[in-house]
Design a protein around this ligand. Structure first.
Ligand code: SAH
Length: 304
């Protein structure tokens, strides 16, 4: 594999490892141009990926070859300025892996370009979480897709959605696209700078009109309290792992509504909570995940 990859040195190459979903990218320095150095770089990436504080283990390493830096540097700038073509390819890969199941989720993820929601210089179209500062990450695309699929029936036009720990605003924008102008989407994030970042990202995206017309808003608040002003919600998503399910979020769920939340500390499960029409709730675990914690602002900023 490495011999083949080394032969492809004028391009970037992909080294498949254990799980066909996630992808980690890395720039190799110009001193890394021997196969031995590539092996060492891949090994260190593996170590880094296992420590990534977020929602996926990494499995495919896209290694950029030194000779391609100039070309890829230009590509990356294009991508981060938003490239619907590259974004479409990402969506197609997620469909191929069976993570995106519905036409609706594919359409929305195609329309909301992930390249507009990541810090400059990062690679938005690979399936990995990306650090966004303040000890937070934008979740990996496969987690965004999985959560959109889980909430799809609860994000019909006209419905209400709450995105707790809205971070970059990526999923908030997707929710707004799904519930449409007659619906209502609220993002809640406790880091003021990330709220500004997300509003700016959304303004540049296909969801900007919802922000302008008021069916989408993002607020600085402790998401563990939800956002009572606009409750009850048909769909609630939490983008950070809670030690246990916050009661206010259950209280703010509409009968018939669904809450998707990662729960746990070291070991975390993505839990799906359905509120039945009689007000009782059912809870099931969807899959194991790794998210940043849903915590106080002080604790988050301290945890380095
Ligand atoms: N879905 C977001 C995830 C961002 S990471 C995205 O993909 O962009 C999780 C976010 O939760 C971080 O931005 C973090 O600041 C926020 N967060 C953590 N605890 C919080 C709390 N108690 N209240 C509000 N936001 C919180």
């Amino acid at each position: 594999m490495l011999r083949l990859a080394y032969g492809l040195r004028r391009h970037f190459f992909v080294v498949p490892l254990w799980n066909p979903v996630s992808v980690l990218t890395a720039n190799l320095s110009s001193r890394s141009s021997s196969p031995q150095r590539v092996l060492a770089a891949v090994a260190s990436l593996s170590a880094i990926s296992s420590r990534l504080p977020s929602s996926s283990s990494s499995s495919l390493f896209v290694v950029r070859w030194p000779q391609t830096h100039h070309f890829l540097g230009r590509m990356e700038r294009l991508w981060t300025n938003g490239s619907l073509g590259r974004n479409k390819e990402l969506v197609e890969r997620l469909q191929l892996y069976g993570i995106i199941k519905s036409k609706k989720v594919a359409e929305v993820m195609e329309a909301i370009d992930r390249g507009l929601f990541v810090p400059p210089g990062s690679a938005p179209y690979v399936d990995t979480p990306i650090l966004i500062g303040y000890n937070a990450t934008i979740s990996a695309p496969h987690m965004h897709a999985a959560c959109l699929e889980l909430l799809r029936e609860h994000l019909q036009p006209g419905m209400r959605a709450l995105d707790v720990g809205s971070g970059t605003g990526y999923l908030t924008a997707c929710f707004a696209m799904m519930v449409g102008p007659e619906g209502r989407t609220v993002g809640v994030e406790h880091i003021a700078e990330l709220v500004d970042f997300s509003i700016n990202n959304i303004k540049n995206s296909a969801a900007s009109s919802f922000l302008k017309e008021g069916s989408l808003s993002v607020h600085i608040a402790d998401g563990r309290e939800g956002w009572p002003d606009l409750a009850p919600y048909d769909a609630i998503h939490v983008g950070a792992a809670a030690p246990e399910i916050p009661q206010p979020l259950i209280d703010q769920l509409k009968p018939g509504g669904r809450l998707v939340i990662p729960v746990g500390t070291v070991f975390q499960d993505l839990q799906v909570i359905d509120k039945k029409t009689d007000g009782s709730v059912s809870i099931r675990s969807e899959t194991s995940v790794r998210y940043v914690p849903l915590t106080s602002k002080a604790a988050q900023l301290q945890s380095n």
